[in-house]
Design a protein around this ligand. Structure first.
Ligand code: NDP
Ligand code: PMR
Length: 401
């Protein structure tokens, strides 16, 4: 794969190896890039497949090197890992496109934030950061695949070894599988939408609480979990079928594996659109449960939000082409719920850093004049008993209890 890559992009084998190894040495454990051991043949082919898949559309103009991730002692220390850096640090999952990338850009441009882009596709993230013009030393890409609990743990290790004290975590990444006929699964065997959007973030946020709460003398420590209007059945959007409904959580309790239990949280038949909306309800319930469990003890602020309908993002990549064509004008001219990625990025950046948005336990929304307000969640998305039960089952599934 290395040779064919080198031929295809007209670079030397040595340069190819350097590009790949710069990614490898960027990981804390020299053998762990993309969460895969690359010192053995199987891993190497996985790595090169990932590399060629993600660069197949466009050749590299300059070598892309992983930066800012803690490196083993015998490799050159990356220039962005400075413990003396006075910037605050924010982790944004899924910062390689859409809302996550737009938010990363706003925060990086402010000069006050160092953004850790927690992404499953290293090269895509690095290229995206460059394409939107994020200053070189304003961000670090660290691999994180939320559909693998091991990858999440490896990511947390890498963040810790980078030596950056953590201020804010933004759980933003998501998958939406509206046209899937059959369920897909995470590495740990959970239905993919809930496994990624909820369980991956649940483990990540729980593990990183330790790091966020230990930051001294800082009042701006936050955990933000992106929610959505479509998970809230107290809205028109939330009443478009299939509606979110977690039921009594019997499918989740069974492990969402499609063998011992249903793949749907409520125990029903697989429906990709419903699984996504259910996962958003889980995100909003988790934020409130974290608020109840940790806010008073730690001073950390917990928040969720609906940033507006960002109808152009990659979230709809698996939807029918007709939907993807009609959805933006429908949202722009009919529902008037449309916002650009740029505007949505400014909104999420406010929830990260605006001192006036530091109230904990809030689900933020914005009116047509782009003013933020505390919105009301649906009955299910604000059900404290369900949130507790969801928490306890999720803890078991990700092996935290
Ligand atoms: P995008 O598809 O543009 O962004 C989603 C991001 O999640 C991508 O960077 C994607 O990575 C990443 N991702 C997906 N799976 C994984 C994984 N297993 N591990 C790590 N990262 C992963 O969609 P949006 O920007 O629209 O979505 C961002 C958030 O906004 C989501 O939480 C969504 O629910 C929410 N939201 C979106 C709305 C909208 O109208 N678009 C409305 C309300 C809420 P990659 O680039 O590699 O694919
Ligand atoms: Mg919806 C009335 C306002 C409104 C808003 C703000 C949204 C947001 N939607 C609204 C209304 C409607 N939608 C109506 C009346 C319909 C029926 C024609 C409709 C349909 C619809 C579909 C098929 N809408 C959708 C879909 C999707 O596949 C999207 C989805 O559910 O993704 C999970 C979606 C969305 N509508 C929104 C928003 C924000 C989404 C997508 C994103 C999300 O919740 O993350």
């Amino acid at each position: 794969a290395g040779v064919s890559y080198a031929i295809r992009y007209n670079i030397s084998r040595a340069d190819y190896v350097q590009r790949v190894t710069s990614g490898i040495t960027a990981s804390v454990q020299p053998s762990a890039f993309l969460g895969t051991k690359i010192s053995v043949c199987k891993g190497a082919s996985v790595l090169s497949r990932a590399v060629s898949a993600s660069i197949s559309r466009q050749p590299l103009v300059a070598p892309i090197r992983a930066q800012g991730v803690a490196a083993p002692a015998d490799t050159k220390a990356p220039t962005t890992t400075k413990k003396t850096d006075t910037k605050s640090t924010v982790i944004i999952t899924g910062a390689s496109s859409g809302l996550g990338l737009a938010t990363a850009k706003v925060l990086a441009d402010s000069g006050e934030w160092h953004v850790i882009m927690a992404c499953r596709d290293f090269l895509k993230a690095e290229r995206a950061a460059r394409a939107v013009g994020m200053p070189k030393d304003s961000y670090t890409v660290i691999h994180c695949d939320l559909s693998s609990l091991n990858s999440v743990k490896q990511f947390v290790d890498n963040v810790r070894q980078s030596g950056r004290p953590l201020d804010v975590l933004v759980c933003n990444a998501a998958v939406y599988l509206p046209t899937a006929k059959e369920p897909r699964y995470t590495a740990d065997g959970f239905e993919l939408s809930v496994g990624t959007n909820h369980l991956g973030h649940f483990l990540l946020a729980n593990m990183l609480m330790e790091d966020i709460q230990h930051k001294e003398n800082d009042t701006n420590r936050r955990v933000i979990i992106v929610g959505s209007i479509t998970g809230n059945t107290n809205t028109i959007a939330g009443n478009v079928p299939p509606k979110a409904n977690l039921g009594d959580l019997r499918g989740l309790a069974g492990g969402l594996d499609g063998v011992r239990s249903s793949v749907m949280i409520d125990g029903g038949e697989f429906d990709g659109a419903k699984a996504y909306k259910d996962s958003k309800v889980c995100n909003m319930l988790t934020m409130q449960e974290m608020h109840r469990r940790f806010h008073e003890k730690t001073g950390v602020t917990f928040a969720s939000l609906y940033p507006g309908c960002i109808a152009t993002t990659g979230l709809f990549r698996e939807h029918y082409q007709l939907f993807r064509t009609l959805f933006p004008p429908f949202q722009k001219y009919i529902t008037k719920g449309y916002v650009s990625e740029e505007e949505a990025g400014k909104r999420l950046a406010q929830v990260v850093s605006d001192p006036t948005l530091n109230k904990s336990g809030v689900y933020w929304s914005w009116n047509n004049q782009s003013n933020s307000f505390e919105n009301e969640l649906s009955q299910e998305a604000s059900d404290a008993e369900k949130a507790k039960k969801l928490w306890e089952i999720s803890e078991k599934l990700v092996n935290l209890s």
